[in-house]
Design a protein around this ligand. Structure first.
Ligand code: ZN
Length: 284
């Protein structure tokens, strides 16, 4: 089981994140669109390619295309431009997965209408993504304001699309925050889980617990991580697990301390369920 870090530290650069993820033993990294754009202001893409060619650390996924459903033409064109940009970057660095997020506060649409719109948009984006050898990971967000906010609703969309290039993200925070059911996770085809985000959460009630700032290091909150991890193991998930933390408090730490702590805390939890060679090798 490989461990990845999602570039969520507000003030760190891609350069710093690469350095410390390599140093503290992450296997992979999820790159974020704004950090890539920032990096390219004073680096070339060839430098990034060279980094991955000469280090153990590899890219896991690219984050993210957001608010992709119920868009107007201008918003949608920006999404397609970003998809094109991330596709070009991904092909150069050898990363073929892009995280895609549904829209918020869309108004009075029923679950079925949201499903139809999500299917329409994901199919259209997948037409473009496939030409670039990219695949899309749709991430439900456990916030009452998000149009797709439970595992069941998201997986229903993914199954209906039934396309090799379209899968989903399972984020522990979003799974927990609106009470997605573990029984639903047991029914998921592991091949349809393209990305896993691990994190923990403050012990707040459903619906209130929705903001990224309520995330905590794995093992320091109220999410039943063991239940989700053991279920992932049971259904045969063998992909990477990526720690994704947004919390103002952590942004006050330096990037090095943040990444080092994230690695230790994530490994402690994940290794109980997935004591794989990749993790054991880090010890030796
Ligand atoms: Zn996530």
């Amino acid at each position: 089981m490989k461990l990845s870090f999602n570039q969520t530290h507000k003030y760190s650069s891609l350069e710093e994140d690469l350095k410390y993820c390599e140093e503290y033993g992450f296997d992979e990294i999820e790159l974020r669109l704004n950090k890539i754009k920032e990096y390219l202001k004073n680096h070339t893409i060839e430098e990034l390619v060279m980094f991955f060619d000469t280090h153990r650390l590899k890219p896991y996924a690219l984050n993210s295309l957001e608010n992709v459903t119920f868009c107007d033409d201008i918003q949608y064109q920006q999404i397609k431009d970003d998809l094109n940009f991330l596709g070009e970057i991904g092909n150069k660095i050898g990363c073929h997965t892009i995280v895609v997020v549904p829209s918020f506060n869309v108004g009075d649409y029923t679950i079925n209408q949201i499903k139809m719109e999500s299917i329409r948009v994901l199919n259209d984006l997948a037409d473009q993504a496939e030409k670039m050898n990219m695949r899309l990971a749709f991430e439900f967000v456990g916030d009452p304001d998000c149009s797709v906010n439970t595992l069941q609703q998201c997986y229903d969309i993914i199954k209906k699309i039934n396309r090799e290039s379209v899968g989903m993200v399972l984020d522990f925070f979003h799974f927990h925050s609106l009470g997605s059911h573990i029984e639903e996770l047991k029914k998921v085809d592991p091949e349809k889980i393209f990305v896993v985000h691990i994190d923990d959460a403050d012990d707040f009630p459903r619906g209130y617990l929705k903001q990224d700032k309520h995330r905590r290091f794995p093992g320091e909150g109220s999410i039943n991580l063991d239940e989700i991890l053991s279920t992932l193991k049971q259904i045969g998930y063998e992909g990477t697990i990526s720690v994704e933390l947004f919390r103002d408090e952590y942004d006050n730490w330096g990037a090095e301390e943040f990444i080092r702590t994230a690695k230790i805390k994530t490994e402690n939890i994940v290794r109980k369920h997935f004591p794989s060679k990749a993790i054991l090798n880090n010890d030796g």
